[in-house]
Design a protein around this ligand. Sequence first.
Ligand SMILES: [Zn+2]
Length: 313
Amino acid sequence: MKRLVTSEQVQELFKVQLENWQLARENYLALGRIKTKRFQYDDFEIHLQFNPARLVSSAAKTDNKSLKERKCFLCPANLPEEQRGLPFGDDYQVLVNPFPIFPEHFTIPLLKHLPQSLSTRFEDMLDMATALDKYVIFYNGPRCGASAPDHAHFQAGNKGFLPIEKEWKSIDKELLWERTGLKLYTLKNYLRSVLIIESEHKTDAAELFKSVYEMLEVKAGEEEPMFNVLTWREEDKWIVCLFLREKHRPACYSIEGDGNLLLSPGAVDMGGVLIIPLEKDFEKITKEDVSTVFREVRLNDMDKLSMRLKREL
Ligand SMILES: [Zn+2]
């Protein structure tokens, strides 16, 4: 049995790092003072967080040339002097994220420098949700929000922060497939294209994820289907949200002039907290802009995929 850290141990790491690491301390203090607002839709909310510390991540250049020219910030050799890690099993370590979105925000990189991909690591993610039961674990695909697509990593943030944690239960949903202790849903009218796995057993969740994964299209030039994933433990079950994507960044990210909005959605945004690094964008963004962003980046033909899952699983 692998020795895995607990929620209490990472909370202790967090406390000690904030005492000893000025950058982290200042950024968490600043997070407590930032502006937020909410847009109400029919059956759900989108929260907006003005977070200037996330500019580095949202504006990150993730093309191969830029990646080769920078020192990988997740490799153990390049971590800031003050940063400490807690081993997670044999292959990962838990680090305090010094550019937070959540009140407690961790990055969980692989110790080795290997590309971001999920297919062989999904069970690790489920193990993280079990061990770190006070947190939601999330994954950004290499072209779906990960700012280090060349170094495999997960992240963890406090439970109770993302609207989808509650909304998935109340929102109109369609059951696509089930057997004892295992269900697959899609959420309807939720602005995002999302599948939900609800599973009593880890092996079942992993098996269903694999079956779904194999039915997803891999776009030309990509290593894996485009998605963001969230998972957490709830009432002795694993809940997995798989957000299917069409695009990395919305059109407003790159257009010039007044229409520009620097938004680069990842798992947190898909979960209902839109991160806005520039204050001018936070002030001017409308509910319609938010709808447009999600419509652009989500998988277009969710109905087609749902039909296929119902037929072939
Ligand atoms: Zn690395």
